[in-house]
Design a protein around this ligand. Structure first.
Ligand code: ADP
Length: 153
């Protein structure tokens, strides 16, 4: 009943080695990690939601602690609806930190019971972002060095 459940919210467009690193570091800390794909109608995602979810389901098919879900609305409301007390986010640099700090503080105000936990990325993944991977993909480049093996265009 007191399972430690974390929600890892994001767009994952696409899921990258940076996201994978955050998950792998967080796995021993939690009983369950829900990768939660947020739906924001005003955002252009390039890869369809179905495709993004399919990739992650393939990557984690042998990891029983991980579930992939999609959600709409506030992350804290989604957390509450599935009894998750933790939000997981990754940090690459001070720009991420400043942005993430604000989100975490707003979420703290919205729901005191939910704690945001940050994982600092490994130096080899600091430069990897979904935006960059999309740019490489759009221009016909090889994205294999930025994403897990399961992701093929
Ligand atoms: P969002 O649209 O919510 O920013 P993303 O899919 O871009 O969603 O990112 C989800 C989370 O993963 C964010 O906390 C982001 O900082 C983190 N993240 C993205 N890339 C990396 C990386 N290379 N290393 C560590 N964390 C990362």
């Amino acid at each position: 009943m007191n399972d430690k459940i974390a929600v890892f919210p994001g767009s994952f467009s696409p899921f990258t080695l940076g996201h994978q690193y955050v998950i792998n570091r967080a796995l021993p800390l939690f009983d369950k990690i829900i990768i939660a794909v947020g739906t924001n109608s005003s955002k252009e995602y390039y890869f369809s939601e179905k495709q993004r979810i399919q990739w992650m389901e393939d990557i984690f098919k042998d990891e029983p602690k991980i579930e992939i879900r999609k959600y709409e609305g506030l992350t804290v409301d989604f957390c509450k609806s599935i009894n998750a007390n933790f939000i997981l986010r990754g940090l690459r640099n001070s720009k991420d930190f400043n942005y993430e700090k604000e989100i975490a503080q707003v979420n703290q105000t919205l729901n005191q019971k939910i704690e945001t936990i940050f994982i600092i990325t490994s130096s080899e993944y600091t430069h990897i972002s979904s935006t960059l991977v999309r740019e490489v993909a759009k221009n016909g480049g090889d994205i294999s060095k930025f994403v897990p093996k399961g992701i093929k265009l």
